[in-house]
Design a protein around this ligand. Sequence first.
Ligand SMILES: CC(=O)[C@@H](O)C(O)COP(=O)(O)O
Ligand SMILES: NCC(=O)COP(=O)(O)O
Length: 264
Amino acid sequence: MKLGVNIDHVAVLREARKVNDPDILNALYVACANGADQITIHLREDRRHIQDVDAYNIMRHSTLPVNLECAINRDILNIVADLKPHRATFVPEKREEVTTEGGLDVFRYENDIAYAVELLHDYLIPVSLFVDPTIEAIEKSKELGAEMVELHTGSFANIYAMLNSSLSYSNHSIKELELPRNELAIKLEKSIQNIADVSAYAKKIGLEVAAGHGLNYHNVSHMMRIKEITELNIGQSIIARSVFSGLAEAVKEMKRLTTRELNI
Ligand SMILES: CC(=O)[C@@H](O)C(O)COP(=O)(O)O
Ligand SMILES: NCC(=O)COP(=O)(O)O
């Protein structure tokens, strides 16, 4: 399994104070040296975490491939074409959201996506689409020319957290998931099975399959059992753990949990 470490959340901390500390390049070096297979960053339209200068510095200094997440916005696409990351992942963005809430609407924005895929292909940048795990979204992603899809695992992660953590007792409890435990358990099983089915279909039609959003040290084992998923992009939980263990240990531990036994 390829582990993409998303280092955005180091910049979240820096931007909270509008200072130059913590330094995103330190996070890059530590992630590269401790088991990441790829660096993932998200250059948001509102620049709430990663800034343009960070993206250029990361491209210049990363010893690993860089997966750049971005919205389909002409200004951002021009920056991406100039940066030439190893891959671009198109994601939806809403200014007022706390985090990326759902997958890209590949039907509503099909013309914009097709244009953006072609543009980046002209610069030899492969494209992945960050979509909800549905067969329809996968078929459309293929039709739009993407090489890869990243399945949005946020919904799975929310159900998992409401069932298996103290989230439901906190201020951030998810109202629509305040359900009896047996119902949550059934929902979780269905969500995992759906991700597995959609992954198998994506692979069958020739797409590479990644997954990400809300994955952590507890729930990631469920994604590890889906053999068609070959890449996980994980950020928030790694940076959260690093507050207590340091980033090197946090990356190493996630790498350990996302390593499949070699079948020799
Ligand atoms: C698209 C996606 O899932 C991520 O990029 C991510 O979780 C980090 O950034 P945000 O929290 O800004 O969505
Ligand atoms: N595309 C998902 C990603 O990069 C990381 O998401 P998260 O682990 O920060 O929720």
